[in-house]
Design a protein around this ligand. Structure first.
Ligand SMILES: [Cu+2]
Length: 254
């Protein structure tokens, strides 16, 4: 009886190993971002606008730090809401929030960049993929630090002497992580982290483009640090470019 049990286990073990191997191989392919059979030739382009009264910009004095004051002798207006004369809204993160196939996407080898320049973060909003390097460069002749305040990633806080560079990554999706500088309380930026590469930050005139999408039915979301979120659904066919605009309402009282 004893030897029979042993024999049964000996037969079952290879079957389990094969099944486990198959599952693991499939998981590894997905984790490696293998969606080779899906064409990525679709695009979504558009503009983000603000309508109605724009929130007032606060004036920032940099007198507390002579190196910052030298860069901005009369201070600057904060960059929470940056819009052109026709209402094109900058610094809006536009991204696919639903509709992508399951699985992972490889992080690009090229790092994303953010600088401390004139005692402001530039760009004000940056978007990266999970585990993509974010290179942070201090272009100023004064000490900064960079201190992200995430809710879904590990918090860290690094000093940056003049001219220094650091690199960091964020392993989990999060829209968006507020970033401060403990030395200069007016310095603020946001880092958006995605599991996929289908995101953009609106630039001049509020323009954005989501490129190299597989065809599909998507929910596209737009996020602004002060004006909130907005989402729309859209269908794009293979090789198709569709346009999509977002409109945020400004404050009704100033
Ligand atoms: Cu600083």
């Amino acid at each position: 009886m004893k030897s029979r049990i042993v024999r049964i286990e000996a037969v079952r073990l290879p079957a389990c190993v094969v099944a486990t191997c198959l599952v693991l191989t499939a998981a590894m392919l997905i984790a490696a971002g293998v969606h080779a059979d899906v064409p990525r030739s679709s695009s979504i382009t558009g503009r983000v606008k603000i309508e109605g009264a724009r929130p007032k910009s606060l004036h920032i004095s940099m007198a507390a730090d002579p190196a910052c004051a030298k860069a901005h002798p009369s201070g600057v207006n904060n960059d929470d809401v940056v819009a052109g004369s026709e209402g094109g809204l900058e610094n809006v993160v536009v991204f696919v929030s639903q509709g992508l196939p399951a699985g992972g996407f490889n992080a690009p080898a090229e790092p994303a960049h953010i600088e401390q320049k004139g005692c402001m973060y530039e760009p004000h909003v940056v978007a990266v993929q999970e585990n993509q390097k974010l290179r942070v460069v201090n272009e100023d002749a004064t000490l900064h630090n960079i201190h992200p305040l995430p809710s879904n990633n590990r918090e860290w806080n690094k000093a940056e002497p003049p001219g220094s560079t650091i690199e960091e990554t964020f392993p989990r999706e999060e829209v968006a992580i507020p970033v401060k500088c403990n030395v200069h309380p007016w310095m603020r930026s946001y880092i958006a982290v995605f599991r996929h590469p289908f995101f953009a930050v609106s630039g001049k005139n509020g323009a954005f483009e989501l490129k190299n999408l597989p065809p599909g039915n998507y929910t596209i979301e737009a996020w602004h640090e002060k004006l909130g979120k907005s989402q729309q659904t859209i269908t794009v066919g293979a090789g198709e470019t569709k346009s999509l605009d977002f409109v945020f309402k400004g404050s009704t009282s100033n």
